[in-house]
Write a protein that binds this ligand. Structure first.
Ligand SMILES: [Zn+2]
Length: 259
């Protein structure tokens, strides 16, 4: 997971999105607690939060990768994932889902990321744990600033302060709670076989580049120095915008320390 700075919100979220969120809030205020607990009580508009503009901007700022595991979103735009779940929330796995969810943040730019199907559909789902569950915002009348989420927010947090890597396996730095919860809830250690193989091939590619760089550096002819420069540029790109950039940074750091 890498830090994802976001540009200002796309216009559709500031116009249609705000109008729709206001409708949901009015619907909440004019309903009974029983009505609000119905599963499909709020008519969420996927055409707004999942619009092409939203997807395209997220795809650009996320460099075409899942916001949480950095797997390339090949051939599709991925799922528009709500950081604070829209329909219902659970403090932990196995809890009964609590309805409604964060209905007033369904079109909120800070709450939207592109996610791969594994992170979103197989793992996170409605989970949104807080350090202190009594501080949870239960409606638009409450303040989400009072919450202390146990999940790393890719824009407001700097993920590298929380997550490290040994090979392709993430770990929580100094066992921090936010890192542990993020790894567990997004299943970051439990990728399917095809993704695991893909990650291993990627790490092998990086290692091969590092070894080639060292070999060329040992014989610093003009041709070899030019090759070293090209490899360094490539490694720089892998670490900034490439797939699995956080994993790649850790591998390169470890390699440079140990060589
Ligand atoms: Zn993912």
């Amino acid at each position: 997971m890498v830090h994802i700075p976001k540009p200002p919100a796309p216009a559709i979220l500031l116009t249609d999105g705000i109008a729709k969120a206001l409708e949901h809030s009015e619907q909440y205020d004019s309903s009974t607690p029983e009505q609000r607990r119905a599963k499909k009580f709020f008519p969420f508009e996927g055409k707004i939060y999942g619009s092409l503009t939203v997807r395209e901007i997220l795809s650009i700022v996320q460099h075409g990768k899942c916001a949480f595991c950095e797997t390339p979103l090949l051939g599709c735009y991925g799922d528009v994932e709500h950081f604070r779940p829209k329909a219902a929330w659970q403090q932990q796995k196995g809890d009964t889902p609590h309805y409604p969810g964060y209905y007033w943040l369904v079109y909120d730019w800070d709450n939207l990321f592109l996610s791969c199907e594994y992170c979103n559909r197989s793992f996170k789902k409605n989970l949104f744990p807080l350090a202190d569950p009594t501080k949870r915002a239960l409606s638009h009348h409450d303040n989400i600033e009072d919450e202390e989420p146990l999940l790393i927010h890719p824009t407001f947090d700097n993920p590298e302060n929380f997550l490290g890597f040994r090979g392709r396996m993430p770990y929580a730095i100094n066992g921090n709670a936010k890192g542990e919860a993020t790894i567990l809830l997004f299943g970051l250690r439990k990728r399917p076989d095809k993704i695991r193989k893909f990650q291993n091939i990627h790490l092998q590619t990086i290692t091969t580049l590092l070894e080639a760089r060292d070999t060329y550096s040992d014989k610093p002819t003009p041709e070899n120095l030019s090759r070293v420069q090209r490899i360094n540029r490539l490694l720089q790109e892998y670490q900034s915008v490439g797939m699995y950039a956080s994993m790649t940074q850790a591998l390169i750091r470890d390699y440079n320390t140990n060589s």
